[in-house]
Design a binder for this molecule. Structure first.
Ligand code: FES
Length: 372
């Protein structure tokens, strides 16, 4: 009853905000006004105090955060967008929450575990500054890579999880949040070698304590790449078509496992995989013209349908503001004066008139005029 009331209220607020400001939250409309005074303010951001840090492996840094009371919580498997002020601009990246639901319920804390990439601007900045940071900005938790409600039902034979590298983080959050085990879960965890396996001690402990949990560590340096179908064939009392699958890791690995499973007759609905950001359409459509107004100048650029306008503008030498590039941080919001755009996340086509758009997830649907 409470949930449906609050959903109802949320919908009402959204409709009200859309009517009044053509934005799903009034805060989006007010953002440009407030930005001059409080540049880090954002309607979807919450501050989170940095409580502790630790290196899980040589490359993976865990950070414990205590989000402000406004943060609404998460479902294990979801991710958040973390934002940092770096060299005068805000940069963002998404990370899965790697802690259990119980840690948040009991201590109001969460943990994120970040693979530090030597080439990655965000993670390099985060690792080098983390000891002096007391706060980070985080978004609401998002994503639907969460356990299906029937995972603990007696009818489901097995849940198969496949993680590669830092893909373990949402899966470990799900596993460490399991309160009642009624069906088996097997985790295939693929890493170069055991030294690179985060949460290995905890996973081994869980396997020792919980008879329904099986850990299969695949060290690719020793045994080569994971071959899911071959490895599952060795499992006694297991039916490929009656299991649910949760895949998290590099896109190529997830895609490969998915194709193999579908070839074996596993229904697509039984395969869940994590994908950060959004997939661009494989085929780029016809060219449109975008007239960009910037600091009193007019610049005419060609915009291929299906390509984010942020990318189009950058490729043609412009330098619009951006943060996450996946439609979450709203740093790329600008004013469309006329023409239609398509939202690449939802597929929705905008109206023809003036409105604010997010450059990183909008593509030209007709000729356009935009003010940066
Ligand atoms: S860059 Fe973050 S919403 Fe566009």
């Amino acid at each position: 009853m409470n949930t449906s009331m609050s959903l109802w209220r949320q919908r009402l607020y959204r409709q009200f905000s859309l009517m009044l400001a053509n934005q799903p939250k009034l805060g989006y409309y007010l953002k440009p006004l407030l930005h001059w005074n409080k540049p880090q303010w954002h309607p979807d951001y919450h501050s989170a105090s940095v409580i502790d840090i630790c290196w899980e492996t040589e490359q993976m840094l865990s950070i414990w955060l205590k989000p402000a009371a406004s943060w609404p919580g998460f479902t294990p498997g979801q991710h958040i967008l973390v934002t940092l002020l770096h060299q005068g601009r805000y940069i963002s990246r998404s990370f899965s929450i790697s802690s259990s639901a119980a840690l948040f319920t009991q201590q109001k804390q969460i943990r994120i575990s970040c693979r530090i990439q030597p080439q990655g601007e965000f993670t390099k900045a985060l690792a080098s500054r983390i000891t002096s940071l007391t706060e980070l900005s985080i978004s609401d938790a998002m994503g639907n890579f969460v356990l299906a409600p029937n995972v603990d039902s007696k009818d489901l034979k097995t849940t198969v999880m496949v993680a590669a590298g830092s893909g373990i983080t949402p899966l470990w959050s799900m596993l460490s949040s399991m309160r009642c085990w009624t069906s088996p879960i097997v985790l295939f965890y693929s890493v170069k070698n055991a030294a690179q396996a985060a949460f290995l001690a905890e996973l081994k402990l869980l396997a020792a304590k919980q008879p329904l949990f099986e850990l299969r560590l695949i060290e690719t340096d020793i045994s080569g790449r994971l071959n899911l179908i071959r490895d599952l064939a060795t499992k006694a009392d297991f039916s490929l078509r009656q299991a649910h699958y949760y895949l998290c890791g590099p896109a190529a690995m997830s895609q490969h496992c998915k194709e193999q499973l579908i070839q074996q007759g596993v229904p697509a609905g039984a395969i869940h995989s994590e994908q950060f950001g959004f997939a661009l359409p494989a085929v780029v459509g016809e060219m449109k013209q975008a007239l960009i107004l910037q600091k009193g100048k007019e610049i005419l650029i060609a915009a291929a349908a299906g390509v984010p306008l942020l990318q189009v503008a950058e490729e043609q030498g412009l330098n619009p503001r951006f943060g996450c590039r996946i439609g979450v941080c709203f740093q790329c919001v600008c004013q469309k004066k006329s023409g239609q755009v398509v939202n690449l996340r939802t597929g929705q086509v905008s109206g023809d008139g003036p409105e604010q758009i997010q450059l990183c997830i909008s593509a030209a649907h007709s000729n356009l005029q935009i003010e940066l």
